[in-house]
Design a protein around this ligand. Structure first.
Ligand code: 1GP
Length: 245
């Protein structure tokens, strides 16, 4: 079964998932080894790989290590075309639909299409929405777009609905890595009530309680990066909280 089909099935059955985000710029191989071990033991659902920049060339090495030592799917979450790698299991093909930057709506996809077609990556078309998290995040700056204000859930709802109507398979609402405030639960609830697609939430989630609040509001997948870079043992607690333990 494809990664997407399984996610969709489990989302419909109310099974919540935890994705551990690895930014290749902020990790080293010993750190990856430790995270892989913890994620395997905890039953973490996905590794997401990506970041807004690419300062080093560790991505292929990290993917190869994880694939060799874990059955957890590795899904690219690319900040740009330099972060494509055909050794992962799949890719969130992001269209930044909250923004009006044509390069991130379609331009980069055109450039990447021949590579993706040749690869065996499972391609998951994803409507990507940036939500204001109270500070300027790298992704907001690098994408040259204005995030949706956190108190304007009607804009997020209409944007997510449009993404679904355009045929996207997932909606990802992101406050951006290191956001001061995560996506508000009220906005998650409002968006989830108006779409049928699985909903991914990330950015600024630092405690299992915050992850649980997002899940309760309707998130199907929770993504955490920063907080785990600071404390890898959170992998266990986050996984447990999101799986309802
Ligand atoms: C960022 O949603 C992810 O794109 C995760 O954010 O690093 O703040 O957990 P954090």
């Amino acid at each position: 079964m494809t990664i997407y089909r399984q996610l969709q099935r489990e989302a419909n059955a109310g099974k919540k998932k935890f994705a551990l985000l690895i930014d290749p710029d902020k990790n080293n191989l010993p750190g990856i080894k430790k995270m892989t071990e913890l994620a395997n033991a905890a039953g973490t659902d996905y590794f997401f790989m990506g970041g807004s920049l690419l300062l080093n060339d560790h991505l292929p090495e990290f993917i190869a290590y994880i694939r060799g030592h874990s059955n957890i799917p590795v899904i690219l979450f690319p900040g740009n075309n330099l972060q494509l790698n055909d050794k992962a299991n799949g890719i969130l093909l992001l269209s930044l639909i909250s923004g009006r930057n044509p390069e991130l709506l379609i331009g980069r996809h055109v450039i990447s299409a021949p590579f993706l077609k040749k690869s065996k990556l499972e391609i998951i078309p994803t409507g990507y929405l940036l939500i204001d998290g109270g500070n300027t995040t790298t992704v907001a700056y690098m994408s040259n777009t204005t995030p949706i204000p956190a108190n304007k859930s009607e804009i997020a709802v209409c944007t997510a609905m449009a993404g679904e109507m355009l045929g996207m398979k997932l909606i990802y609402m992101d406050a951006g890595s290191g956001a001061r405030q995560p996506v508000p639960p009220a906005m998650i609830e409002h968006v989830k009530s108006q779409i049928r697609l699985p909903l991914i939430i990330g950015g600024g989630i630092t405690t299992p309680e915050m992850a649980w609040a997002a899940v309760q509001a309707g998130a199907d997948v929770i993504v955490v990066g920063n907080a785990i870079e600071n404390d890898p043992l959170l992998i266990t607690r986050m996984t447990k909280a999101i799986h309802g333990g």
